[in-house]
Design a protein around this ligand. Structure first.
Ligand SMILES: Nc1ncnc2c1ncn2[C@@H]1O[C@H](COP(=O)(O)OP(=O)(O)OP(=O)(O)O)[C@@H](O)[C@H]1O
Length: 888
């Protein structure tokens, strides 16, 4: 949230020069000669003015309104909240204004000519009628000049209006970029358009603007926009692609903050209007945002058409069998082999499995066998190099880290899906239905992270005969964005699927896999508290977590673990057991303050040279993505020679990225992260913190995802009750259509006749082992569904009142920091009710083994006895070896 700049003082002055101009906003730093000011004690001729400005020009005179601030490094400067263009005071200033370089074709000579002809009113005259320039400059120069003048004036007017209605200059600038000259009219006459068209403003803000413009609470535009924002917001916060009528009504009422009967009628009308405007789709008693419904429809139809397709590379079972290549001479088991066969003989295939079950092994086999198939056929059919290239393997993943791992493992280049599709911020993807990507086989790793919008872009861009294999762990958290792509593909049974269940990993990490499997089945195993060679449990109260984590980290540092090898995970940002607090602890341990160490502060975070950091947003232009981790390798100060602005350089696995004050908010410390942010990453040692305070976030998939991030060692800190609650509560159900659509289209395909259904009948059923696996998955999901029916308290689903899909995406990180949740999907009252209910009411019954664990805190008897005297005594007395895995 931007800080409000007070308007304590005024300066009128002539702009000397623009010292700095950001290229991603209208922020500028100006050097100004003071003509007049009400600042007491200011007797210098020049002052530095910072703020958001349109195309200001040296030589022009401006009035700046704002406050004097003292910058820690650059001393006193004037922070302008707004400014007014006084227009050049004299003819000399006017010449400088025209000659500044903003107007194409106008240099000093032409500028003098214009001023000679039109005099001191030149600007007003040109704005009123650009034909006054006829005969003075060429027609093209005249047209450009008039247009530029209009534009700049429009932006300045918008800054002024924005100031009056409480919009930051930054948002005003973005509004101008979006609507141009029309922006002012939109704000005053049709503000609710912004809800549908402009991602940067939440409904509440738009509502406030509209109120100032005279719109009443019952204005149809307001109700329609509120209904739409409420539904979109509810979908994005819960991951749904549709809402039932009741859910839609309640989302709308809560956004519009009214449930009167007249409002009820108005909401009904608004729903009808939104459907006829095709912003919402109504079907069988449910409302879907049109984009989400469209995305599901596209994915399902593309999957079905791919299933019917035949690729250029022949992959009959016989050919696959004879070409089979298993790297490293591994002996694949029956299910793994069946997975490779099914993946190659079907155009679309899903492979799932928990950690250590052989997903990577199957992927490597797939790549090697595909390559061999392509090579053999190129030779036998006399194909050229181009054909081989056209049918090459492509590898991608939703996260940069997972892509990098794929590259390391397979030796093939893997990229993020964003990069594969050429998606850059704000622009359409480079590759789409009209310009598909190339390649014969595409393998997507970490497919559980695919939301329906990214899946839509991906499937749209696939060539019509490409093989696609989605690999993932179906028990991990669903995607942050709406949709349940992997789950729906599996559940539909339209797409062949093999679930690997046998765990092969031996030694380090093997008891972690077993724990993960047990949690998956809804059981916290009996040996949960018993230290294993690769995992240990350290039960504490929430208050004791910081001390406990600090001790575990100290032990890890002593054992030689580096910051990159250790990851602290917690579900939320806030609370003393949350990510923010734990990061401070870890930063002081891994990267303590050293004399002369360079630092750079952003908000409350002080980045130190050497810190482990996390990228919070997708920045496809710089090829860094939400969840990428790196290290601060340089900090530069503006006062240093040749440095334009304070900056920080991060090394993301060999890729150096610069951050300045404008982009530093994309970065945070990464010693501790939320579990959501850690998806797609793996670490040697994971320290997981769960307490009852996080109850709203706790579920099986969350804890499963967290513990499976540990490659070798896991230390679990916190309440027993929190772990038990999480293990016995599956992730809330997502309402999506994809499964139904896939089945419906398959039925249609079958009804079209034997040729069409023949392809469908291959779907896994050619191999009994595949079919068996399909059944197993279904059985498991039935168990889960049954379990869900018993345990899910739907009211626990967090509610968010934040509109706009892209806003939701963009604000996730900011809100998450503010509210404490990575999903940004619950409001403060939800959080309050969580805290109070979990305090009054223990989350679960404690286990019968009372000799081991006592009371709600979950402390063991030994530590509890000591902790009662002094809560920290018991912990301080524990030796690191008491809770460190014996892995190193
Ligand atoms: N059929 C097999 N026989 C013997 N060893 C196997 C077999 N399949 C896999 N392995 C071994 O088991 C270990 C785990 O396999 P792999 O890395 O493929 O699993 P994974 O599912 O990708 O695990 P993760 O998701 O944790 O990375 C590896 O060391 C692999 O070599």
């Amino acid at each position: 949230m931007a800080r409000t700049i007070r308007e304590d003082n005024q300066i009128t002055g002539t702009l000397q020069n623009v010292i700095f101009s950001a290229n991603d906003s209208y922020f500028k730093i100006l050097s100004v000669t003071v003509n007049e000011t009400d600042l007491e004690d200011w007797d210098e001729e020049e002052i530095i003015v910072t703020g958001t400005f349109a195309s200001v020009k040296p030589g022009s005179t401006y009035a700046f309104y704002g406050q004097l601030v003292t910058h820690p490094k650059y001393g006193q400067q004037f922070q302008a909240a707004r400014y007014e263009n006084q227009m050049p005071a004299d003819e000399k200033g006017l010449v400088a204004f025209f000659a500044y370089g903003d107007f194409p074709g106008v240099g000093k000579k032409t500028a003098e000519k214009i001023v000679d002809h039109l005099g001191q009113d030149a600007i007003d005259l040109i704005l009123a009628d650009s034909s006054v320039l006829t005969g003075i400059v060429k027609p093209k120069v005249a047209a450009d000049l008039a247009e530029k003048l209009q534009e700049n004036l429009g932006l300045e007017k918008l800054f002024l209006l924005g100031h009056q209605i409480g919009l930051s200059a930054d948002v005003a600038g973005r509004l101008f970029d979006h609507y141009g000259e029309e922006a002012q009219e939109v704000l005053q006459k049709t503000p609710y358009r912004l809800v549908y068209e402009f991602d940067s403003l939440p409904f509440k803000k738009v509502d406030a603007i509209a109120k100032q413009a005279g719109f009443s609470d019952d204005h149809p535009d307001r109700i329609q926009a509120g209904v739409y924002a409420g539904i979109l917001n509810a979908c994005y916060s819960a991951g749904h692609t549709y809402l039932t009528v009741d859910q839609a009504l309640s989302a709308a009422q809560s956004t519009l903050q009214s449930n009167s009967s007249s409002m009820q009628t108005a909401i009904d009308q608004a729903l009808g209007a939104l459907v006829s405007q095709e912003r919402l789709v109504y079907e069988d008693g449910n409302y879907s945002p049109t984009d989400l419904k469209g995305a599901e429809a596209l994915v399902s139809s593309k999957v079905n058409s791919l299933l019917k397709a035949k690729s250029a590379v022949q992959t009959t079972p016989d050919l696959v069998d004879t070409t089979f290549v298993v790297p490293e001479n591994l002996d694949l088991d029956e299910v793994q082999r069946a997975a490779v066969e099914a993946a190659l003989t079907n155009q679309v295939f899903v492979l799932t499995g928990g950690p250590g079950t052989g997903k990577t092994t199957v992927t490597k086999t797939l790549v090697a066998t595909w390559e061999a198939l392509v090579r053999h056929q190129a030779q036998s059919q006399g194909r050229d190099k181009e054909w081989v290239k056209q049918n090459r393997v492509r590898l991608a993943s939703p996260t940069g880290r997972a892509a990098k791992r794929m590259t390391e493992i397979t030796g093939y280049e893997a990229t993020t899906i964003h990069r594969l599709l050429g998606i850059t911020d704000g622009d359409d993807a480079e590759f789409d239905a009209d310009n598909p990507i190339s390649g014969g086989l595409l393998i997507i790793d970490e497919a559980s992270m695919l939301d329906i919008s990214l899946a839509e872009s991906l499937f749209a861009a696939l060539p019509k005969d490409m093989h696609i294999v989605l690999v993932g762990d179906a028990d991990q958290l669903p995607s942050v964005g709406p949709g349940n792509v992997l789950y729906d593909l599996i559940q539909s049974q339209v797409v062949p699927h093999v679930a690997l269940e046998r765990i092969y990993r031996q030694g380090k990490g093997s008891s972690i896999s077993a724990l993960a499997q047990s949690i998956n089945a809804g059981i916290l195993p009996k040996d949960f508290q018993e230290n294993q060679s690769d995992r240990s449990t350290f039960l504490t109260t929430a208050d004791q977590v910081p001390r406990a984590v600090s001790q575990v980290l100290q032990a890890a540092v002593k054992k030689g673990f580096t910051a990159n090898q250790v990851q602290v995970l917690a579900p939320m940002y806030k609370t003393p057991a949350g990510v923010l607090a734990l990061n401070q602890i870890a930063q002081d341990l891994f990267n303590p303050v050293k004399p002369g160490q360079k630092t750079l502060q952003q908000g409350e975070t002080v980045f130190r040279l050497g810190d482990k950091v996390l990228q919070l947003e997708n920045d496809s232009e710089r090829d860094i993505y939400n969840g990428d981790m790196g290290q601060v390798i340089a900090i530069h100060y503006k006062k240093e020679p040749g440095v334009a602005a304070d900056s920080l350089v991060v090394d993301f696995d060999g890729q150096e990225v610069w951050y300045t004050s404008k982009t530093l908010n994309q970065l945070t410390l990464a010693y501790a992260t939320t579990i959501h942010k850690a998806q797609g990453n793996e670490f040697k040692l994971v320290i997981l913190v769960l307490t009852g305070q996080f109850k709203i976030m706790l579920n099986q998939n969350l804890v499963y995802t967290a513990i499976t991030r540990a490659k070798e060692s896991l230390v679990m800190v916190g309440d027993y009750s929190a772990y038990d609650y999480a293990a016995t509560h599956p992730v809330p159900v997502r309402q999506t259509f994809l499964q139904e659509l896939l089945v419906g289209q398959q039925d249609e395909r079958k009804a079209q006749g034997p040729r069409a259904s023949q392809a469908g009948s291959q779907d896994g059923s050619h191999d009994g082992r595949v079919a068996k696996n399909q059944r197993q998955t279904v059985d498991r999901d039935e168990r889960v569904a049954k379990h869900q029916g018993q345990t899910i308290d739907r009211d626990e689903r967090p509610v968010n009142h934040q509109p706009q899909k892209d806003l939701a995406k963009q604000e996730t990180s900011q809100q998450a920091q503010a509210t404490g949740s990575d999903f940004a999907d619950f409001n403060h009252s939800d959080q309050r009710s969580l805290t109070s209910s979990s305090q009054q009411d223990p989350v679960v019954q404690m286990p019968a083994a009372a000799d081991q664990v006592v009371g709600e805190s979950g402390l063991t008897v030994a530590t509890l006895t000591q902790a009662m005297a002094d809560p920290m005594v018991g912990m301080a007395d524990l030796k690191p070896a008491d809770f460190m895995p014996e892995s190193r």
